[in-house]
Design a binder for this molecule. Structure first.
Ligand SMILES: Nc1ncnc2c1ncn2[C@@H]1O[C@H](COP(=O)(O)OP(=O)(O)OP(=O)(O)O)[C@@H](O)[C@H]1O
Ligand SMILES: C[C@@](O)(CCOP(=O)(O)O)CC(=O)O
Length: 376
């Protein structure tokens, strides 16, 4: 049996802007994982996961022995990851085989509600790692990351891939995204093998960063799962938004002005944060996190999308009261918020305050760094 694990992630800065090609973000891989266990099978493959309910998803190959088919199941991240690696395997001339997957997750609570820690990315990355081992492809971390991006954008080209980079490389990273629409078009036209090394990866990068050693990362879960896809669509399609906005703003209330400088401001703040990390400057890091929160609030106001919900607002204000800096993580609208706090004692007070306000502290640290990040 082959067993692989891939961690979840949190956005520290740069969310939403990173959806634009070449735009940067800072993320952390967290020490909670999705585990994939792979065993060889015959005639068909079965995928067991609580995500699919009691019965496994059963997959087969088309008559050509290559293409994957499933009955009555929408094409999802796991199936996309399998199809993408299978295309590479075929391109390298290796023979197809059947296998079963058993998937388990630490990225949901006991009731199965997602924490918003990037389960779609972790399941994609762990599936690709399992197949890499199974077919002995000998992929580098960067090649696995690229496959994960190609698999994910076959489902949605909106996804920045920041979660996939954190899940593949581990630790803390500064990430910038490729042009996924162009990448996906390249794959459609030329196949996966060509897409692994095409020029459409320009603008994509990942490098390790280290936060000041005197800061603790605190994570609070609001208990409300949010739809990233839905929020990103709202925020990035202002024309669709204007109708909805008019129903939320009365005739007499002026509509908020669009935030044209959002991407540039976010880019500057990510650069500031990375510079503060590199200089081991805790105060500058906290100041920048506060500015990122303020920028996300302006984005929220200008699009009418609720990023900082009441629970996330409480989470941030409680942390601020005790001298920490805090913000929603990722798309917001629920899921998690993060705080960077000075010391252990300050952290304990914040965690107690969160609990009293109904916010569940998640006991998370950074997942280990997985190895070298090659050039793209
Ligand atoms: N254990 C799992 N087994 C199989 N597929 C999974 C599993 N966990 C997540 N997925 C896939 O990921 C999808 C959830 O992705 P979604 O983006 O909604 O959540 P997330 O990645 O955890 O959260 P966020 O995007 O807020 O970080 C599921 O619909 C499913 O397709
Ligand atoms: C809004 C966005 O920048 C971050 C989404 O973060 P999360 O999946 O809600 O943690 C989208 C993306 O990067 O794909």
């Amino acid at each position: 049996m082959i067993e692989t694990r891939a961690p979840g992630k949190l956005f520290i800065a740069g969310e939403y802007a990173v959806v634009g090609p070449g735009q940067p973000a800072v993320l952390i891989a967290v020490d909670r994982c999705i585990t994939v266990r792979l065993t060889e099978s015959e005639g068909a493959g079965r995928i067991h996961s609580s995500e699919y309910g009691q019965a496994p998803v059963i997959w087969r190959r088309e008559d050509d022995g290559e293409h994957i088919i499933v009955d009555e199941r929408p094409f999802d991240y796991v199936l996309s990851a399998i199809s993408t690696v299978e295309e590479l395997r075929s391109g390298r001339g290796a023979s197809p085989r059947y296998f079963d997957l058993e998937i388990s997750s630490e990225l949901n609570d006991a009731d199965g509600r997602k924490f918003g820690l990037g389960s779609s990315a972790a399941v994609t990355v762990a599936t690709i790692a399992a197949l890499d081992e199974f077919y002995r492809l000998g992929l580098t971390l960067t090649e696995r990351f690229k496959l994960a991006v190609l698999a994910t954008i076959a489902i949605s080209t909106k996804a920045s891939g920041g979660d996939l980079a954190a899940s593949t490389f581990g630790g803390w990273i500064r990430y910038s995204s490729p042009d996924r629409a162009a990448l996906h078009a390249h794959r459609e036209a030329h196949g996966v093998v060509s897409a692994m090394s095409c020029e459409q990866w320009a603008g994509c990068s990942a490098r390790r960063v280290t936060p000041p050693s005197s800061l603790d990362l605190l994570v609070g879960w609001t208990g409300t799962p949010a739809s990233t896809e839905h929020l990103v669509t709202r925020v990035h399609t202002p024309s669709e938004r204007s109708d909805e906005a008019s129903s939320e703003h009365s005739e007499s209330t002026p509509k908020p002005a669009p935030l044209v400088s959002f991407a540039a401001e976010s880019h500057t703040l990510v650069d500031d944060l990375v510079a503060a990390f590199d200089a081991d400057d805790a105060e500058a890091s906290l100041t920048t996190i506060r500015s990122v929160r303020a920028l996300l609030r302006r984005l929220s106001d200008s699009t009418g999308s609720l990023i900082e919900t009441e629970a996330l607002h409480d989470l941030c204000e409680i942390a601020e009261t005790h001298g920490a800096a805090a913000k929603p993580s990722g798309a917001g609208g629920g899921d998690c918020g993060i705080a960077l706090a000075h010391s252990h004692s300050e952290a304990q007070t914040i965690l107690s305050g969160w609990e009293a306000a109904g916010i569940r502290p998640l006991d998370l640290g950074a997942h280990r760094e997985e190895g070298e990040i090659d050039e793209f």
